[in-house]
Design a protein around this ligand. Sequence first.
Ligand code: ADP
Length: 192
Amino acid sequence: MITLILFGPPGGGKGTQAVNLVEKYGLLHISTGDLFRYEMKNDTPLGLEAKSYIEKGELVPDSVTIGMLKNKMDANKDVKGYILDGFPRTVPQAEALDELLASDGNEVTALIALEVDDEVLIERLQGRAATSGRADDADVNIIKNRIEVYKSQTSVVAEYYGKVEKTAYVNGVGSIAEVTNRLSDAIDTFLD
Ligand code: ADP
């Protein structure tokens, strides 16, 4: 079983690239951001709880996020593997993921981190606000908070997997196809 973590800051291009990589590697795409937006759209208790954090650009608490991810993975065990987008975003989430995979005799294959400068991120997120309809893209202060949260709580996850030589960094600036090629090259170094 392959488990790839597609990593990077908000606006880094994870969602766009995940679509291309899913096609190439035949993996199941799991985006915690998409799962939360689905719950919010349906006004579920989980959605309502998540909304109060997401609207501020904060992370949803680990217990909530880990439970949701676990349910999704448990319901999809008969797949070739996963491409995780937006998870793990904290070290406790990474530890929970490792445990979850280990209970089935699996482990994370690789974490591939997209690198994009802050100014480009802000430009991209503001640009997509009109089409994404996302409240967290519409306000530059919320965008900046998401980038700060990435730096203070999330970027350490790349170092966590770096300690076991599973992390690769990829330049996330360029055409979509160029970035897909860079990601594929990085991923292939971790596959047999
Ligand atoms: P982006 O990468 O564009 O910031 P996502 O769609 O991945 O957006 O996530 C949107 C929001 O959902 C995040 O800002 C955060 O509030 C919440 N979220 C998504 N994934 C997680 C996670 N693993 N842990 C905590 N909160 C999360």
